[in-house]
Design a protein around this ligand. Structure first.
Ligand SMILES: Cc1cc2nc3c(=O)[nH]c(=O)nc-3n(C[C@H](O)[C@H](O)[C@H](O)COP(=O)(O)OP(=O)(O)OC[C@H]3O[C@@H](n4cnc5c(N)ncnc54)[C@H](O)[C@@H]3O)c2cc1C
Length: 484
């Protein structure tokens, strides 16, 4: 209560210290539960600076929060929670090729505004109707259409932030503050290690994305992507936007089983779809009894009707392997089809019964799409050998598999089994040049596996970066870098 009382004197925005509010903010979309000391809805950048100064002086942890849809406990803390959805949720400006937004803007709200201007910001998590741009940057979120266009990190052009000591900062390729100059000095001697130490897959939310920071040009703002609020609190961001393609068309393909579907992915990729998604009957048959087999959703988009020819050629090459269940090229029908795919995780979360849950530890691995069939076969064998019920779906065009075994979290034996399986699965994924998380991030669940992913040299760079931005480990501690 003392912290809430102090904050009441400091912040213009609401301060919530009652037990009901603290309970509401003690959960997100993960399995964790941590009650915060207090919650503040900052009114503006100045509020954020003042609150950070307070937490720096008192050494109280501080954690930013968007919509709380993170799947690994990223937005949970026993310190101060800053909720950006209430006041810092403004679209500041929409230009021809970029937007400037406050972090609490809901992606779905931005989508609607952009659509009026025939523009879009491609990363489209299934949670778009609730999740915020701040959360998307901090988790480096992705989605169905990132195959064709890239992930949040690829669209991030500039960030304004407040650092752990309450000082405001700014970062873009052309203009950055003194702390970012220090970041350049810190990382420059290690460019070769960084260049060779990252996976070469199309999406990655594990650790800090130093590979993107030290690309051909110094890109300091990219350090915030996938950083889970551990380096600074973002107060505004500039993101690149694109024109909505003139033509779009899609088909839904039915395969006999998951391995047949996943094996077809490399063939389909030759035709350059913008989306290639998979939904297995382990998800489908739970709410529509009787559905069997595995579906692939394939979308083509572009500014000429040639995309129709690409879809036709793709269908012909696959003839005999699968059946075309649906075809659509009008917006309404396509939106309806995509809703079925995007509802997958929501449906899966409803499978929780008591302590038996679809556990999200190995739920976001990425391997090269050509290796996905082997990876899927190995997962299926592991589930079979250990008699585990499971669900599987994912962004197969990116080699990104979402899978969750159903586990009794009340049973020490089952929890140990999942940890043992995670060690094996992550080992295989890393060994094949992939990542343990493509888009959902590390949070509390995977922070312990980051060193396994990158090795000692790069993880010690992560610790050095963390110390540069947050020497007292008060910014969302326990995420990205273990508490020291
Ligand atoms: C049903 C469902 C479906 C999903 N589908 C997808 C999907 O298809 N693709 C995908 O990539 N993800 C998906 N997710 C995961 C999740 O929705 C995304 O990671 C989302 O971008 C998180 O946004 P949020 O606003 O809820 O962030 P939160 O969960 O509130 O926070 C996430 C992280 O962002 C940090 N953060 C928030 N604001 C700031 C700020 N201003 N400054 C610094 N750090 C900040 C927080 O501290 C935290 O570490 C899904 C989740 C659910 C529940």
């Amino acid at each position: 209560m003392r912290i809430a009382g102090d904050l009441l004197r400091i912040a213009k925005g609401e301060v919530l210290g009652d037990s009901w509010s603290r309970q509401v903010y003690s959960v997100d979309a993960s399995h964790y539960e941590i009650s915060p000391a207090a919650v503040v809805c900052p009114a503006d950048d100045h509020d954020v600076e003042q609150i950070c100064k307070y937490s720096f002086a008192k050494k109280v942890p501080i954690t930013a929060r968007g919509a709380g849809t993170g799947l690994l406990g990223q937005a949970l803390s026993d310190g101060i929670i800053l909720d950006f959805t209430k006041h810092m949720n403004r679209i500041v400006k929409i230009e021809d090729d970029h937007v400037v937004v406050q972090p609490g803007v809901i992606k779905g709200v931005l989508d609607k505004e952009l659509k009026k201007r025939d523009k879009f910001l491609p990363p489209d998590p299934a949670s778009s109707n609730y999740c915020t741009i701040g959360g998307m940057i901090a988790d480096n979120s992705s989605g169905v259409h990132c195959l064709g266009y890239g992930n949040t990190i690829d669209f991030l052009d500039a960030v304004d932030a407040v650092y752990s000591d309450g000082e405001p900062g700014f970062a873009s390729a052309s203009r950055f503050d003194v702390r970012m100059e220090k970041l350049a000095k810190l990382l420059s001697p290690h460019v070769d290690v960084i260049k060779s130490g990252y996976p070469t897959v199309s999406k990655n939310s594990c650790g800090y994305r130093l590979d993107a920071v030290m690309s051909d040009r110094f890109m300091p703002h990219k350090v915030f992507a996938a950083s889970e609020g551990t380096l600074g609190i973002m107060t505004s961001a500039k993101l690149r936007i694109l024109d909505i393609p003139v033509y779009r068309c899609m088909m839904v393909l039915g395969f006999e089983d998951l391995l047949g579907a996943v094996s077809a992915a490399p063939t389909i990729l030759k035709f350059s779809p913008v989306a290639l998604e998979m939904l297995d009957d382990t998800v489908l048959s739970r709410d529509r009894t009787g559905d069997k087999g595995c579906l692939l959703f394939v979308e083509f988009a572009g500014d000429s009707r040639k995309i129709e020819a690409r879809l036709k050629a793709c269908r012909e090459e696959l003839a005999g392997n699968c059946s075309v269940l649906e075809y659509a090229s009008d917006e309404q029908s396509m939106a309806k089809i995509w809703r079925a795919r995007k509802g997958a995780l929501n449906d899966i979360m409803k499978l929780t019964v008591g302590s038996r849950r679809p556990i999200g530890l190995i739920e976001d691995t990425v391997v090269h799409p050509e290796l996905l069939a082997d990876h899927a076969a190995s997962l299926l064998q592991t589930y079979r050998e250990n008699k585990l019920d499971y669900v599987m779906y994912g962004h197969v065009g990116d080699g990104n598999m979402h899978t969750r075994p159903l586990v009794d979290t009340g049973s020490g034996k089952e929890v140990n089994l999942i940890q043992r399986i995670a060690g094996i699965v992550f080992g295989q994924v890393i060994g094949s040049g992939g990542t343990i998380t493509g888009e959902h991030g590390d949070g509390l669940a995977r922070v312990g596996y980051i060193e396994m992913m990158y090795g000692k040299q790069i993880t010690s760079l992560f610790s050095a970066v963390k110390r540069l931005f947050d020497p007292d480990f008060i910014m969302n501690p326990g995420k990205k870098v273990p508490v020291q």
